[in-house]
Design a protein around this ligand. Sequence first.
Ligand code: SAH
Length: 531
Amino acid sequence: MMTENHNISDNKAAEDMKMTGKVWLAGAGPGDAGLLTVRAAELIGTADVIVYDALISAELLSRIPHETETIYVGKHAGNHPVPQEEINQILVREAKKGKKVLRLKGGDPFVFGRGGEELEALIGEGIPFEVVPGITSSVAVPAYAGIPVTHRDFTSSFHVITGHARKDGTLNIDFESLVRLNGTLVFLMSVSSMERILGGLMDAGMSPDMPAAVLERGTTARQRRVTATVGTLKEESERAGIRTPAIILVGKVCALSKELHWAEDRPLGGRQFLLTRPRRNSSVLAGMLKDLGAQVIEMPAIHTEPISPNEPLQEALVRSGSEERGRWLVFTSPVGVSVFFDELKEMKMDLRSVLCGKSPVRIGAIGSATAAALEEHGLIADVVPGTYSAGELGRAIAGKAEPGEHVLIVRAEKGSEELLPPLEEKGLDVCDIPLYRTVYEVSPVLRREVAHMLENGEIDAVTFTSGSTVRGFARAMGETDYSRICAVCIGEQTARAAKEYGMHIEIAEEASMDSMTEKITELFGRSGQSI
Ligand code: SAH
């Protein structure tokens, strides 16, 4: 009986939730997307609508699925912050539509994040919620600057204080008490009141020689650190042109950064790359670059849509199976391989009927990534040209085939035209079957942010792995100064496409992600560092 009642109330709770929706108040961490919690990352992937503000980095924005609605509540045009009351209303309104609402805030939502006020508004309207804590900048930003906020030899406490001035311009800080605490002091929102904070500490008896630091845009590729003393920090910070977001840190531990700094010293530390790629591809390259310390924004400018059901493919496979002469099956992308096998499954077609017809099948792959994708399915390609290009693939197959042999190409709808002429010249019987089409897309939110970063020279290079990723990127970005972009391309063909837009081009030695990474390290890596 108890259980039954329980179930009924559970069902009712589920029903209510469907009607009213729910809000997750989550922290997004201080900037580096790797510092997102597992729970927040899951919610980014599953929310119906994401309400976010200014501290959310482009790297994080790039993780939001294209179809997810986003509402920016950072700053209105003209730099006025969106009033808290308006943000509360947006949360209530969206939840009442029955949506799964993710309220994403920089750092931790309860550390100077006004998270409490947002929850009060939700409670007032009877809207269910959960809180997902985040990694706060007050601890993570010092950590990335090589400053432990506590250290047995120097301090046994740390204190997080807002440097935000009250409406009348005064600071609500008890400097005497802070100085007496003898702990590490972390001031958030403090750049504009730096002079008053440092002056207040010294007036309350702190030595001007006490180590201090200001840390700007911590945990991101653009992080900067100025270390000095309470007496000199203001001047040093001005000289370096430090701007918000930044934190001021005061205490003996600040001196440790000289020895313990690490983030900028990684081979690609301080570098930021934009990776364009079709959505289905795994992001092997992103992983490699991150391991070397780079910040990576993944912008899937194109995505692929399988053509399914695919009758021409079925017919072509049946025909190929009955061929008496030699026959070939040719793949030109890892996506093609994956769509091909999905489609076989869809058609309930056994791999044996494809491979074991009247004559054996030989397999061609355009490059090592495609060959690797085939290996995943137990197939070792017979032909993989040394250079990644459709023309090379055509010539390599023509070199090994006898005139009259049957060549079945399974690839993108508008595949490169360079593949066909060498095959036709050799007198091969070519059948070119589209497996998927490329759709161009990019979320407007990410587009805006990326355009802004390109303008400010904040992106060191953009990577391209096919001509269609170049075209997808250009379609997404529209009017922009392409000559400022350094394009690292996988092969000549891709580079030609990038050159058409006037980009500065660099080409990887080989068509592989290892080779792309090597090229990037050669161009942007810190010399003297082993990788
Ligand atoms: N809830 C956030 C803090 C919000 S207040 C948290 O837990 O981190 C905003 C202030 O946080 C900024 O003015 C700045 O002082 C600090 N801050 C946030 N991210 C930062 C970053 N990446 N680098 C330096 N300071 C940062």
